[in-house]
Design a protein around this ligand. Sequence first.
Ligand code: SME
Length: 177
Amino acid sequence: MKISIILQDQTEEHEMPEVFANQSSAVRSRLVEILDGNNDGPGKLQEIADTLRELIPHYNWVGFYITLPGTRTLVLGPFAGQPTEHTRIEFGRGICGQAAERQSTFVVQDVSREDNYLSCSIKVKSEIVVPIFRDGSVIGEIDIDSHRRDAFTEEDSRFLEELALRTEPLVPKDFPE
Ligand code: SME
């Protein structure tokens, strides 16, 4: 039997995938602008939170929780939306703490069915929390609340996991002070 091997055009095959490919061009271009900008790390995290809340309709509260170095405590960092009483959350508590403990994205499509949940507002119906890793540890999280039940899809998870990779360098080692 004769086997023929077709060599494909390498340039096409190895093209860099588009950044935040599954987002609208408005979101993509604003995020790239922020990431390339001159603001410091926490300033960029604030700009990202503001942008996501403003441009993505089902993201009603967007915030970053940062792990207090050397502890299992998450502290509220930059956020956009209503202020929350949950400014410190231990690993294991609530949706945020469970995501930190599991070291993986945690989506709750109906918060009324989740026992281990810390409520910020009765308007919130679903939530996604995506850990930010450094050297294998959870150094922070992206937390998003939606006023819609079943708001989050696989696309949200993929997008936010990509964003988590890109925000890792923005979390200072001594943050929050
Ligand atoms: N609902 C979260 C607490 C943080 S707020 O959503 C801002 C939780 O259960 O961990």
